[in-house]
Design a protein around this ligand. Structure first.
Ligand code: ADP
Length: 205
């Protein structure tokens, strides 16, 4: 099957693009969604999280306490590594499972940190598509969408790849900056969708 890796910084608009591609018939495998499901109440990773970090890592409903975990991980990189050691193999297995079960015209892996884990992803996808946005617009969008403060958002952005390093590895780019209307975004996404459908056919994958 023909495979796209879709990425972009926080607030770039990749979820919005992914939704459209899904609507047009692509199969989506979303690694963030997989991580969320694994760390929800009763999630498959929760027993391991409890063993690794103790009950303080759990919210009252038994899900991962994300705010607590984020604070710990930012304060101490070793905490982040321990969390990743628990989560990454589980995310990897579930990603492979969903990809193997996929049908549809082509497959889209939605991977927020694709460029940060390029070694893993480059050989797994036929094309890397970056949803590109300037940092100021990212901050404005995420502020509107969530309760995160501007310093929180900037800290998350600083831990992600820089705009230029994403663009460097992109095979396809969807510009979605402050000047981009939802209709323009849709038109840009549709252009790529058509290109990928054609490539999926000609490459016979
Ligand atoms: P990501 O998944 O990359 O974090 P989202 O797709 O969730 O980003 O987009 C971030 C926010 O900005 C969402 O609320 C989304 O609806 C909004 N948004 C994205 N692109 C546009 C656009 N071109 N015009 C208006 N709002 C947008």
């Amino acid at each position: 099957m023909f495979k796209i890796g879709l990425t972009g910084g926080i607030g770039s608009g990749k979820s919005r693009v992914a939704d459209m591609l899904g609507e047009w018939g692509a199969t989506l495998v979303d690694t963030d969604e997989i991580a969320r499901a694994l760390t929800a109440a009763q999630g498959a990773a929760m027993p391991a999280i409890l063993r690794e970090f103790g009950p303080q890592a759990l919210a009252p409903d038994g899900a991962l306490d994300r705010a607590w975990m984020r604070a710990q991980a930012f304060a101490d990189p070793r905490v982040r590594q321990r969390l990743e050691a628990v989560l990454h193999p589980a995310i990897g297995r579930e990603t492979e499972r969903q990809a193997a079960a996929a049908s549809g015209s082509y497959l889209v892996f939605v991977v927020p940190l694709l460029v940060e884990s390029l070694d893993r992803w480059r050989s797994r996808v036929d094309r890397i598509c970056v949803v590109d946005c300037d940092p100021e617009t990212q901050v404005a969008r995420v502020q509107q969408r969530s309760g995160l403060t501007e310093p929180d958002i900037r800290r998350i952005m600083a831990a992600q790849a820089a705009r230029a390093s994403r663009l460097e590895v992109a095979d396809d780019v969807i510009l979605n900056d402050a000047t981009t209307s939802p209709e323009q975004l849709r038109a840009r996404a549709l252009t790529l969708h058509d290109r990928w459908l054609a490539l999926a056919t000609t490459t016979g994958r």
